[in-house]
Ligand binder design. Sequence first.
Ligand SMILES: Nc1ncnc2c1ncn2[C@@H]1O[C@H](COP(=O)(O)OP(=O)(O)OP(=O)(O)O)[C@@H](O)[C@H]1O
Ligand SMILES: [Mg+2]
Length: 235
Amino acid sequence: MANGIFITGTDTEVGKTFIAGGLARMWLKMGKRAGVMKPIESGCVRSDGVLQPRDALFLKEMSASIDDLDLIVPYRLEHPLAPSIAAELEGVEIDLENVKSIYQQLELKYDVVLVEGAGGLLSPLYKTFTNVDLIKLLGIPVIVVARNALGTINHTLLTVGCARSSGLTVLGIIINNLSPNDDLSTNDNPRVIKELSGLPLLGVIPFLPVPHCENMELIADLLDEHVDADLLREM
Ligand SMILES: Nc1ncnc2c1ncn2[C@@H]1O[C@H](COP(=O)(O)OP(=O)(O)OP(=O)(O)O)[C@@H](O)[C@H]1O
Ligand SMILES: [Mg+2]
């Protein structure tokens, strides 16, 4: 049976999709089959009447998944808001048990299934149900993606503290450089976060200075080079 990993972040736009896609591709190249899921995607752009789920499409492409897009992303929402708010505005009902049963189908088919959350741990997915509740429902551990910039120590430790107090298992932290320009904090963030969290630092990912849509292999190579493969292999 597959190992599921939930990819969460300290915030929205920290690189969860970039890293989940890169990991899936990296594993594919190593001969390990990775399934992917973005259970609820908000901010989908409507094109020809169809909501286009950018994250799920990227994950599907990077993992070379042949799964139906509706399994990868069972719920698509248009408003670029927390899913619970978008769902309310759009009158969409989200059945979390359905998400779990789709996850379980994928789990049977793959060596590992990467599930990307929406926003951060406490972002609401549906009514009062948050990413934390979804992770508990799926019963899988978490990797935290954090941006490498001033403020990240606080955001990362808050995320780790929330995960721990909710009883989640955190496998480790990946620190992601979202900009080519370092700030004064960039060099020390990884060391300080590792020390203060007491968690494995799975990698520090450099900024990739090229458009990525056509560069799936470059992203996989970047992850391969900068993620601690031994630590990931143990998972
Ligand atoms: N290491 C990197 N180098 C260059 N660009 C990056 C890197 N990591 C992420 N990006 C870019 O930063 C933007 C945000 O990343 P991404 O979409 O993966 O964030 P996210 O956490 O998944 O956001 P969301 O909360 O919307 O799902 C994207 O345009 C992505 O391609
Ligand atoms: Mg994303």
